[in-house]
Design a protein around this ligand. Structure first.
Ligand code: NAD
Length: 256
C-alpha cells in the first residue's frame, strides 16, 4: 500500500485526488496538506504544512498547490527520501530550475497534464507537426485559472516545435502587420506556433491543436470534463516515482 500526502489538499484538484486516488487498489491518501482546512478529509489527516507530517506516515508526496510552495515540497522529499509527483503549473524558469536541482537521487515526476487523453493528444500533435504548413493552439480553461497560457499548451507547442525542427519544417512568416486590437494573434510560443488562451466559467481544461496545409486542416481536440480525468495519470506517476530517480518531465514515457 502506498501512502500519499497531497499538498494543496484543500484545493479543487487536491480534493478530487483525495477522493479518487483512494478508490485505486494499492493507494491511500493519508495526509492532506494545505494552509486552508479541506472541506472533506476522505479518511486522511489534515496538516497545515508538510513539515508537520511525519515522514514515516508517507511514501509519496503529490503536489497540486501553487508555484511558490513546490520547492518546499521538493526539499522535504529530498530530505526524507520520498518520491514527489508535481502537477502544479505556472512555475517561473527559476522556480523550475530550483525544483529540478532539488531532485538529487530522489524521484520527481512533474507534468503539465496528467490526463491520459491530453498526453496522447500531445503525441498525436507531434506526429502531425512535420506535415502541415502552420499550426496554432487554442487552450480553454475555467475562469479561476491564474496562469496563461496553460502548461499543457506550452508543452504541446514545445513538442510540435521539436518535431518540426527535426523534420526541417519552417513555418512561413506571419503576414499580419496591422493590429486593430493588440494581442489578436495570441502568444508566440516560438517558431511561429501561436497559443490563444480562453477563460470561461463552466469549462474545465480543453485544448485544440489546429494544423493547416494546402487545401486541408486537421484538428486534434482534447477535453477534460472533470478533474477525475487527471487521477489515472497521477496514479501511474505515484506507482513509478520510486523507480525513476532524478527529475522526469511528463508521463508520456510512463505510458506504453
Ligand atoms: P486551487 O486554488 O483550488 O488549490 C490550490 C491549493 O493549494 C489551495 O487550497 C491553497 O490553499 C493550497 N496552497 C497554497 N499554498 C500552499 C502551501 N504552501 N502548501 C500547501 N498548500 C498550499 O487550485 P487547483 O485548481 O486545485 O490547481 C492547483 C494546481 O494544479 C494549479 O497550479 C493548476 O494549474 C494545477 N493543475 C495541474 C493539472 C495537471 O494535470 N498537471 C491539472 C489540474 C490543475
Amino acid at each position: 500500500m502506498k501512502r500519499i500526502a497531497v499538498v494543496g489538499g484543500a484545493g479543487r484538484m487536491g480534493q478530487a485526488l483525495a477522493e479518487n486516488l483512494n478508490l485505486i487498489d494499492g493507494l491511500v491518501v493519508s495526509a492532506l496538506v494545505d494552509p486552508r482546512e479541506p472541506g472533506h478529509l476522505f479518511g486522511a489527516s489534515y496538516f497545515a504544512t508538510l513539515d508537520a507530517v511525519a515522514p514515516t506516515e508517507v511514501d509519496v508526496v503529490v503536489d497540486f498547490s501553487q508555484p511558490e510552495s513546490v520547492l518546499a515540497s521538493a526539499r522535504w522529499c529530498a530530505r526524507h527520501h520520498r518520491g514527489l509527483v508535481i502537477g502544479t503549473t505556472g512555475l517561473s524558469d527559476e522556480q523550475q530550475a530550483q525544483v529540478m536541482s532539488a531532485a538529487g537521487s530522489t524521484g520527481i515526476i512533474m507534468a503539465a497534464n496528467f490526463s491520459l487523453g491530453a498526453v496522447l493528444s500531445e503525441r498525436f500533435a507531434a506526429m502531425a507537426a512535420p506535415y502541415f504548413e502552420r499550426v496554432e493552439i487554442i487552450e480553454l480553461h475555467h475562469d479561476r485559472k491564474v496562469d496563461a497560457p496553460s502548461g499543457t499548451s506550452i508543452t504541446t507547442a514545445a513538442r510540435i516545435n521539436e518535431a518540426r525542427r527535426a523534420a526541417g519544417r519552417v513555418t512561413p512568416e506571419d503576414p499580419t502587420r496591422r493590429f486593430t486590437i493588440e494581442g489578436a494573434r495570441g502568444a508566440d510560443a516560438g517558431d511561429g506556433v501561436r497559443i490563444h488562451s480562453v477563460r470561461l466559467p463552466g469549462l474545465v481544461a480543453h485544448q485544440e491543436v489546429l494544423f493547416g496545409g494546402a487545401g486541408e486542416g486537421l484538428t486534434i481536440r482534447h477535453d477534460s470534463y472533470d478533474r477525475v480525468s487527471f487521477v489515472q495519470g497521477v496514479a501511474i506517476a505515484v506507482a513509478s516515482v520510486d523507480e525513476t530517480p532524478g527529475f522526469t518531465w511528463g508521463i508520456d514515457g510512463l505510458i506504453p
